[in-house]
Write a protein that binds this ligand. Sequence first.
Ligand SMILES: NC(=O)c1ccc[n+]([C@@H]2O[C@H](COP(=O)([O-])OP(=O)(O)OC[C@H]3O[C@@H](n4cnc5c(N)ncnc54)[C@H](O)[C@@H]3O)[C@@H](O)[C@H]2O)c1
Length: 351
Amino acid sequence: MSKEKVRVGIIGTAFAGGFHLRAYKQLPHVEIVAAADMNAKRLNEFCSLNNIPNRHEDFRQLLKQKDIDMVSICVPNFLHAKAAIAAANAGKHIVCEKPLATNLKDAEKMLKSANDNKVKLMYAEDWAYAPASIRAREICNEGGIGDILYMHTIESHSGSHSMFAQKVSLCGGGALIHLGIHGIGCMRTFIDKKVQSVIGKTTGGLNKNLLHKKLEGEDWACAILTFVDGRVAIIEGNYVTFGGLNDCIEIYGNKGNIKVNLSRSSPLSVYSLEGYSYAVEKAETTKGWTFPAVEEEWQLGYWKEIAMFVDCVRFNQAPPRGLSGEDGFETLRIAMAIYESEKKGKEIKLK
Ligand SMILES: NC(=O)c1ccc[n+]([C@@H]2O[C@H](COP(=O)([O-])OP(=O)(O)OC[C@H]3O[C@@H](n4cnc5c(N)ncnc54)[C@H](O)[C@@H]3O)[C@@H](O)[C@H]2O)c1
């Protein structure tokens, strides 16, 4: 039997908390009953503007609320494990933002506690079910480009707005774990095979970086992944790209190819001498030629993934391919192997 209402708590009310909120608000079977954030001012604004009845500066108080079925974890990466394990112990289903954790030990503990407490741990990889990715996968599945031979993904922009992203201990790394990880998670929904080995290269952080000499993590990273059947993929993440968020997926088959542009495929072209309020995520300017996003959060996949997570809870279903805790773990395992490859200067085989 389906649940009539899924009652949600949002942990972290800044950037990601905002797009989770707006995605939940699209859904008739959802009631947002509480939010938590250690920043009282931000929390109060978030709750007051959106009529959220319960607010907590300590997320453990939110987890004590008996009327919550599932929580969205939208706090900095290093807190994902702590929040997810506490949520699992409180019997709540979990949507966790990317990356699943900042290290594999924490990620393993998250899987175990979700499993022990019989709650769903769902991994929020928005690229995987962005409307354009879904359409591209349909075309691949019906043989439109023949057999997939090779894939190439990139996420890049000119630098993260978040303080935690500046420190390796809080973020888990730099542009690879923060940006490149989308491509890793997404391509696993196109090529349903394990990654067997990786060769990684990164700028290494601080003064070795290309542009961001104060950033502890790397500001550029690239890797070649080899799947068990010999197919290869190239993934890249970088903070040296101006002009706004750049999210691209290229799929090459033996009978054609597909290019998906999640962030720069606006139907609008604007030339503005004055500039205006907002064009696209992370764009430095709105003057001159710009291509403003239309329904950006829908286009990037945030609304669709949240709708899928709510359905998993409503109808007691397993998360779709690419969105389970195990998928988050495997994606993180590949990212960590890329860092190891850079450190050791050699190809790393994944067990
Ligand atoms: N899928 C995507 O494309 C995407 C985009 C942006 C961010 N994210 C992910 O979402 C998460 C949050 O990112 P963000 O950009 O919103 O970060 P942010 O730094 O803008 O906001 C984090 C929020 O968490 C709050 N917080 C920090 N510690 C807390 C604690 N102990 N208890 C309660 N609240 C606490 C902060 O006060 C802040 O409001 C990260 O894991 C990030 O990787 C994903």
